[in-house]
Design a protein around this ligand. Structure first.
Ligand code: GLU
Length: 453
């Protein structure tokens, strides 16, 4: 691990001590500190008034009990979180994650990343994240609804279109947003569309929001390849995951002429050497709420399903040009990075939040692989949420084409902002540095202007 600069090390160490038992939050902070120390070196005023200390301390953290009754009549208890990290740029904005692994540390790492991601979009949104250790897997529709209603009963008092605007993340899609919005509407007796994003099209949602994170990740990858004189056309691609982000990343890769040969879910990997049937995959996952094993069965002999396999191992058997980790944090490790590099990978763009470990990122950078960190590459989701808020505020709804065009423009400008910042700091092509510094300086400038609050 590289040593942190003495400019930021004491702040980092103090934060480790004050936030013990939150390793993912430490990891996210450390990466930002490594980059930001260069910004402070160049512009020492960024060390004034404890900007970095303040940015690491959430403005508000809400933890609450979520009681609900299951189908068997038993009372269940989960824990709910909302970490309102930073509102210098706009109302708090960020998704809700429902997954049994969720702890306060998980939500803090995600909320911290969200500050810089949202800043990079150039839009007026602060950073937040929330969720619960509730496990949606195997729950009935009625149980999901009762859980969401109970969760919102507590959360409602803390959010609002000008205060905090949650959305989806792992385990929270349009169905859950629907139940959450319904309960918020009931509690507040107002149709405040702008309080949540990721809504359905008939009740205030935006076209392209569902596809936005995956599409945006691929737009970013394409920009990155273009700046190196290449493109996705004819490239072989591996995607991890098969949730919302992964599915629409695959769709966009196919539209741009690439071939996705493998993806994964928590049970296994599907490998189609000639390319996955993305339409069938989306149908199996979204319409049938099925698993990859169901897809493989429907696809027949052209598909190979491997139980309990790792998706990155496919790169040991076949050439892979582009990798898109779209599942979850720390899913791509140093060994996986080595496998991909040996396979000939030229670009990696993160659709998930922090999917590559610090060691894996180091491998990619050393090997000269184009590497786009999640806070830049997956910002299309939240950016389109901000477009949904714009449509809600003006009581308008835009066409698919117009919204997708806006998304593509936003991704290009995020790419250029990262690339130019990396260049300015003498590290051309270092998108990690570019994303962290460009994200940080916009928030820091606003925090300075707003005074010590
Ligand atoms: N959960 C998504 C993210 O990680 C989207 C957040 C939003 O739309 O507010 O950025």
């Amino acid at each position: 691990m590289t040593q942190l600069s003495p400019l930021v090390r004491p702040i980092f160490e103090n934060n480790l001590r004050r936030n013990s038992g939150e390793p993912e939050f430490h990891q996210a902070m450390r990466e930002v500190f490594e980059s930001v120390s260069l910004a402070i070196e160049k512009h020492p005023h960024y060390a004034d008034n404890s900007i970095l200390e303040r940015i690491c301390e959430p403005e508000r953290q809400i933890i609450f009990r979520v009681p609900w009754v299951d189908d068997a009549g038993r009372t269940q208890i989960n824990r709910g979180f909302r970490v309102q990290f930073n509102s210098a740029l706009g109302p708090y904005k960020g998704g809700l994650r429902f997954h049994p692994s969720v702890t306060l540390g998980t939500i803090k790492f995600l909320g911290f990343e969200q500050i810089f991601k949202n800043s990079l979009t150039g839009m007026p949104i602060g950073g937040a994240k929330g969720g619960s250790d509730f496990d949606p897997k195997g729950k009935s529709n009625a149980e999901i609804m009762r859980f969401c209603q109970s969760f919102m009963t507590e959360l409602a008092g803390h959010i609002g279109q000008y205060t905090d605007v949650p959305a989806g993340d792992i385990g929270v899609g349009q169905r859950e947003i629907g139940y959450l919005f319904g309960q918020y509407k009931r509690i507040t007796n107002s149709y405040e569309s702008g309080v949540l994003t990721g809504k359905g099209l008939t009740w205030g949602g935006s076209l392209v929001r569902t596809e936005a994170t995956g599409f945006g990740t691929v737009f970013f990858a394409e920009e990155m390849l273009r700046s190196a004189g290449k493109g996705l056309e004819g490239k072989k691609v591996i995607v991890s995951g098969s949730g919302n982000v992964a599915l629409f990343a695959m769709e966009k890769v196919a539209q741009l002429g690439g071939t996705v040969v493998a993806c994964s879910d928590s049970s296994g990997v599907v490998y189609d050497s000639e390319g996955l049937d993305i339409e069938l995959l989306i149908h199996t996952k979204n319409e049938q709420r099925g698993r990859l094993s169901d897809y493989a069965r429907a696809r027949g002999s052209r598909s190979e399903y491997r139980d309990a396999a790792r998706v990155w191992d496919i790169a040991a058997e076949t050439r892979v040009d582009v990798a898109l980790p779209c599942a979850t944090q720390n899913e791509l490790m140093a060994d996986d990075a080595r496998t991909l590099i040996r396979s000939g990978v030229i670009a990696v763009a993160e659709g998930a939040n922090m999917p590559s470990t610090p060691d894996a990122i180091r491998q990619f950078r050393q090997a000269g692989v184009l590497f786009a960190p999640g806070k830049a590459a997956n910002a299309g989701g939240v950016a389109t949420s901000a477009l949904e808020m714009q449509q809600n505020a003006s009581r308008d709804s835009w066409t698919f084409e117009h919204t997708e065009e806006r998304l593509a423009l936003i991704m290009r400008s995020i790419h250029d902002r990262c690339a130019e910042t990396a260049e300015e700091y003498g590290r051309p092509g270092d998108y990690v540095l570019g994303a962290n510094i460009a994200g940080f300086t916009r928030v820091a400038d606003a925090m300075i202007a707003l005074g010590v609050i």
